[in-house]
Write a protein that binds this ligand. Structure first.
Ligand code: GDP
Ligand code: MG
Length: 167
């Protein structure tokens, strides 16, 4: 079983932290410098049964320049070439313009898109449903909604399990 998975989300939602948690080492680059780079393979999760190639998807700001626009388009085009997409959001923050910009793009993605609510360790458990509710009317057919903590690894195995099912 093998496949490609793209991780997308606005800056600081925890994309690199999730990759580090999954890969078990400091492979992903934990900074916004990623915004100036193209899509790249950030790491390969390998077990005897499966291999998942993770692709960090940078540059999801509204582009201000022509170069930015070009990089934006190339980053976003990766979303059509993977087997699944993880859309990461920050449970601590309200759905904002940055999320909506990505959601607009996700509407046209044919592959399964997972809504991954990250940083659940930082919110009161009672708040989780309110966070999820914000994404119900997004017009994206979420394959699954999965709350995680990329930082402490909570529920990350569950996420990997769901991905493996698709491969
Ligand atoms: P990226 O820009 O999406 O790659 O975000 P990073 O992985 O660089 O994380 C941004 C910040 O959020 C860092 O300070 C992380 O330590 C923090 N962070 C990431 N995941 C979690 C989480 O699950 N819980 C908490 N409390 N903080 C997190
Ligand atoms: Mg990052």
């Amino acid at each position: 079983k093998s496949g490609f998975v793209a991780i997308i989300g606005r800056p600081n939602v925890g994309k690199s932290t999730l990759l580090n948690q999954v890969l078990g080492q400091k492979i992903a680059i934990m900074s916004d410098v990623a915004q100036t780079t193209r899509n790249k393979i950030q790491g390969i999760y390998t077990t005897p049964e499966e291999q998942i190639v993770f692709i960090d998807t940078p540059g999801v700001h509204k582009p201000q320049t022509q170069l930015g626009d070009f990089m934006e388009k190339s980053a976003m085009s990766a979303l059509d070439e993977v087997d699944a997409v993880l859309f990461l959001v920050n449970a601590e923050e309200k759905r904002g313009a940055g999320d909506n910009f990505i959601i607009d793009r996700l509407k046209t993605v044919k592959q399964p898109v997972f809504l991954v609510i990250n940083k659940v360790d930082a919110i009161h458990p009672d708040k989780l449903l309110q966070v999820i509710d914000q994404y119900k009317d997004a017009q994206v057919d979420w394959k699954e909604v999965i709350p995680i903590s990329a930082l402490n690894g909570n529920n990350v195995d569950e996420l990997l399990g769901e991905l493996t099912k698709l491969l």
